[in-house]
Ligand binder design. Structure first.
Ligand SMILES: [Zn+2]
Length: 193
């Protein structure tokens, strides 16, 4: 029996526990050879069970009960053969600070080491499902993490732990910047806002 469903459930719950997702937002997948495991549509992170995870072919059409972002996850694995896991979260600091649509450039040391620049993908909200697979997939073939403006971040990793690290690091970096703006130790002008 694959251990992937249990690990996916664990990381999906961690994103919620640490406030980077709400009860039902975000999703998670991991590659399993020519298939992927993904969280079900409408999943609640507070009580998701590993037996509820969905196994889908890596390519193809609809897969019953899979996350509405299935096509996006498939695109990431197709554009980036190194990707073994993809996590999506609605980190409020990262989303709030990039509503301008400009790419995110960390002000803190660790953020800058991990992500000298994080692309912000801007698309009309009503065109999200049409455009997001190709645009996010292409961005994640060049960058470890990307932000969809007004929505959330997507990260890939060699494994779930690495994707989780990128999500947590970006959200912490964005919170540092937010608090610096509030404290007046960095101005919005410096940030190009
Ligand atoms: Zn989302």
């Amino acid at each position: 029996m694959s251990t992937i469903p249990r690990e996916l459930t664990r990381y999906y719950r961690l994103l919620r526990r640490h406030g980077i997702n709400d009860s039902h937002s975000g999703n998670a997948s991991a590659r399993d050879a020519e298939h992927l495991w993904i969280t079900p549509t409408g999943a609640c992170a507070d009580d998701l069970q590993s037996w509820q995870l969905i196994r889908c072919p890596l390519t193809g059409g609809a897969c019953a009960r899979a996350s509405a972002d299935l096509a996006l996850h498939r695109a990431v694995y197709q554009f980036n053969p190194k990707a073994q896991a993809v996590l999506h979260a609605h980190g409020s600091y990262a989303v709030a600070l990039t509503l301008t649509g400009r790419d995110y450039v960390p002000a803190d040391l660790e953020g800058g080491l991990y992500f000298p620049r994080v692309p912000v993908i801007d698309m009309a909200y009503d065109e999200y499902f049409e455009q997001s697979p190709e645009r996010v997939g292409k961005a994640l073939s060049e960058f470890p993490i990307a932000i969809v403006r007004g929505h959330g971040m997507y990260a890939w990793g060699d494994d779930l732990d690495q994707a989780y690290k990128w999500i947590c690091s970006l959200e912490l970096s964005a919170s540092v910047r937010y608090h610096a703006l509030c404290a007046g130790t960095r101005s919005a002008i410096e940030d190009g806002a």
